[in-house]
Write a protein that binds this ligand. Structure first.
Ligand code: 3HC
Length: 304
């Protein structure tokens, strides 16, 4: 009997079924790493066309991972790809997708009202034990969780782009996140192969609070004409050992994402000049030049 009890407790403590809401760059990466680690994953988005793009992105990325990990054993790589892809189910039915979830990770647009709508609707249909998490870059987890009746089972799981490559996962606990939820999120992060760090629910958490100001200052430097985009990027790569220069990275992350972050912070901290709006960034976003994903940002890219 004691061993049975142990098994039951153990099983209820392990996150196995996950639902990722949002099939963009981050959502597809999160679904991919979870599937690679053997989780059953449901990836939900609003329409089939989007999901088709998402599944293609995951396939391309998983092939890159397999090529690297199974360099010497291509047959094992093929098996890894097939097994991992089999773990992902695609759906456009959000309520139905959470009914078996141990964990829901939200990676949708950075708009508080849209996140509130999502979480209040799934709160009603998800099982009691389900943990909700947001991958938000800059919004408050406490505020996102406020519309649910599971504030103790709510936290932040913040990934980095490209998710299959970047090793870090920031685990955010609010004042209301329970110890059990926090421990489960940490254990899940490790189980999917990430290095976890913990941060309070503060704007930008650790990485974005330090990294985004560098990107913003680089954009201002470029706007003032102090140096060319190329030279600013070369400078931080060769002078500070960054893998990408700040303007290159801004394009890579998406200029819309950068704008969302700075706008959100400016609204919250209007007296901090670091977060003031930047004309050239706003102009590029207004023109639909969002970086790599649209073929142009600070640089031009071949359209994929
Ligand atoms: N999927 C799978 N594998 C990928 C991949 C993807 N999407 N992108 C790159 N890779 C793999 C490649 O296959 C390659 O593998 P190899 O070592 O076997 O050749 C390896 O990663 C390196 O890629 P590349 O050779 O194409 O290029 P780089 O060496 O320049 O590395 C990079 C690319 C990993 C993106 C590197 O430039 C880098 O680390 N850049 C900084 C990224 C960063 O700072 N991200 C955080 C942004 S902030 C954020 O995301 C938070 C959000 O809230 C805004």
């Amino acid at each position: 009997l004691p061993s049975l009890v142990f098994v039951r407790n153990f099983a209820s403590n392990v996150i196995q079924n996950i639902t990722v809401v949002g099939g963009g760059l981050m959502g597809s990466g999160i679904a991919q790493v979870a599937a690679q680690a053997g989780n059953s994953v449901t990836l939900v988005d609003v329409n089939d066309d989007l999901l088709k793009k998402t599944s293609q992105r995951i396939e391309t990325s998983i092939q890159r991972v397999a090529k690297k990990v199974y360099k010497e054993k291509p047959e094992d790589g093929e098996k890894f790809i097939t097994e991992s892809l089999k773990k992902i189910t695609y759906s456009t039915d959000i309520p139905a997708s959470v009914t078996k979830a141990d964990l829901v990770v939200e990676a949708i647009v950075e708009k508080m009202d849209i996140k509130h709508k999502l979480f209040s609707s799934i709160d009603k249909v998800a099982p009691e034990h389900t943990i909700f998490a947001s991958n938000t870059s800059s919004l408050s987890i406490t505020e996102i969780a406020s519309v649910t009746n599971r504030k103790d089972r709510f936290g932040g799981l913040h990934f980095f782009n490209p998710v299959p490559v970047m090793k870090l996962l920031e685990v955010i606990r609010t004042n209301e996140t329970s110890d059990e939820t926090y421990q489960k999120m940490m254990a899940w992060g490790k189980a999917i192969g990430k290095v976890t760090i913990t941060c309070k629910d503060t704007p930008g958490f650790v990485v974005n609070r330090l990294l985004v100001p560098i990107l913003l200052e680089a954009i201002r430097m470029y706007e003032r004409g102090d140096a060319s985009a190329r030279d600013i990027d070369i400078a931080l790569k060769l002078g500070a050992g960054h893998p990408m220069g700040p303007l290159e990275l801004a394009d890579y992350v998406g200029l819309d994402t950068n704008k969302n972050i700075v706008d959100g912070w400016h609204a919250k901290f209007p007296d901090n000049p670091l977060f003031n709006p930047i004309d050239s960034l706003n102009k590029l976003v207004a023109e639909g030049k969002l970086g790599v994903k649209t073929g142009e940002g600070f640089y031009k890219y071949e359209k994929k």
